[in-house]
Design a protein around this ligand. Structure first.
Ligand SMILES: [Zn+2]
Length: 434
């Protein structure tokens, strides 16, 4: 089936940052066939569907490179605490109460929120019911990286059982859902996983050709403790376990010095920058301008809504861009075009999906979103890229497509029942706090 979207602003996020101010996108089945200014050069087949965008924006599907969907149920559960107290006093006791049904409802709620705010691809790190989550991703038509977060401070038997489970999830799901689902292996963090176990997990990942993912250098306290315990800062510590020998993605990287950034750059380690979560937990601001200058792939994650508190990647992008201008006292620190790449092309690269998605380009798979252009906060209508970074939000997303299939139509999810999911989540949360 051919679909032609025309008369719109096409923000491609391709290598040259092309923006077509009156452009078209020709989608053939599940991929982009052609994109450009004006109208298609090839006359598509007779049953082609034509959509007049009327000036609306067509943007690549957004990519969230770090989060935990089952924690969506804990939105608003705890504010105003630093990371370690927030985890130990508030999150972990509640997570013990998460039933399978609650995890399913919570993940669905996250997917509704992500889809409706333009996210088509996300990384989900969790330790419970990953098979159920992957099934929901499959049914919901989204694209996701599924990874079982492993806490390794336990007996050798438990470590083995957790790693076996992570491996079986990865083997079962990598490449499933017509290629929409992929897998990674994830020790939770250097502070919750001993180095020999991290080395073992990384070794297994390389054997399967899978990337690795972890939380790293989120707080200054974590870095100090790492030095006390192992005599090394987290980057050098992870490096010594072989964690960077294959493809690796680290979340946070807030407290990293220049030498550590050189190590990350040298080993092509990608970063998932989580600015709002880092701000809310009082962790700090990651030096992403320096990372970008060193050629590191910087992408954006929301982390869970328990520390964000939403999954709106457009807001997250704006926060990231503004923070760098502010802390560097430099308005050019991260540009508008670089900002857009953080949640599109760079996200795809960070997840190892850049051959498939991340930009509007012929042959790539057709993951894209269509945004409002006529609202008061988006006037005057020219300079759409600027509005996208500095004025829009996820609320402006109207339509969402993954692999050419429509998942959101005029702000309504087509495959997930939003009302029912929200009702169930409220019931589960009530039960958990009783
Ligand atoms: Zn996290």
């Amino acid at each position: 089936m051919d679909k032609v979207f025309y008369n719109g602003v096409i923000i491609t996020a391709d290598e040259e940052d092309h923006v077509y101010s009156s452009g078209y996108v020709h989608v053939k089945d599940d991929h982009f066939f052609e994109v450009g200014d004006g109208f298609p050069h090839h006359i598509p087949s007779q049953d082609t569907e034509f959509y007049n965008l009327n000036g609306k924006w067509l943007v690549p599907g957004l990519i969230n490179t770090h989060g935990h969907t089952p924690m969506t149920l804990l939105r608003g559960h705890s504010d105003d605490l630093p990371l370690q107290r927030w985890l130990k006093e508030k999150m972990w006791p509640m997570e013990q109460k998460l039933t399978r049904e609650a995890v399913i409802a919570s993940s669905k709620l996250a997917m509704v929120e992500m889809l409706k705010s333009g996210t088509t691809t996300f990384l989900d790190m969790y330790h419970l019911y990953l098979d159920d989550i992957a099934n929901i991703v499959d049914e919901a038509g989204m694209r996701a990286v599924i990874t079982r977060g492993i806490i390794g401070l336990c007996s050798r038997e438990e470590q083995k059982a957790k790693l076996d489970e992570a491996l079986s999830i990865a083997r079962n799901w990598h490449g499933k859902g017509e290629g929409r689902i992929t897998a990674m292996l994830s020790p939770h963090s250097p502070y919750l996983c001993p180095p020999d176990f991290i080395a073992e997990i990384a070794h297994e990942a390389r054997g399967l050709g899978l990337p690795v993912h972890t939380h790293m250098s989120e707080t200054a306290h974590e870095v100090e403790e790492n030095v006390k315990k192992y005599g090394k800062r987290p980057v050098e510590h992870l490096w010594s376990t072989g964690f960077f020998d294959g493809s690796a993605l680290v979340a946070h990287a807030v407290h990293v010095n220049d030498e550590e950034l050189d190590i990350l750059a040298q080993h092509r380690v990608a970063v998932s920058h989580n600015p709002m979560s880092n701000l809310k937990l009082g962790s700090g601001v990651a030096p992403i301008k320096t990372m970008l200058n060193k050629g590191i792939t910087v992408s954006i994650g929301t982390d869970s809504v328990a520390s964000n508190n939403n999954l709106d990647l457009i807001q997250e992008m704006r926060t990231a861009v503004l923070l760098q201008k502010g802390i560097n006292q430099d308005a050019t620190a991260v540009t508008t075009a670089e900002g857009i790449k953080l949640i599109t092309a760079n996200g795809a690269k960070a997840l190892g999906l850049n051959e498939k998605v991340g930009s509007i380009k012929a042959t790539k798979e057709a993951d894209f979103i269509i945004l409002e252009a006529h609202a008061a906060h988006l006037q005057p209508e020219i300079n759409a890229s600027s509005h996208f970074v500095y004025s829009a939000s996820g609320q402006d997303v109207l339509d969402v497509y993954v692999k050419g299939k429509q998942l959101v139509k005029n702000k309504q999810c087509l495959l997930l029942d939003e009302e029912k999911i929200a009702f169930q989540c409220n019931q589960f949360y009530q039960k958990m706090i009783m």
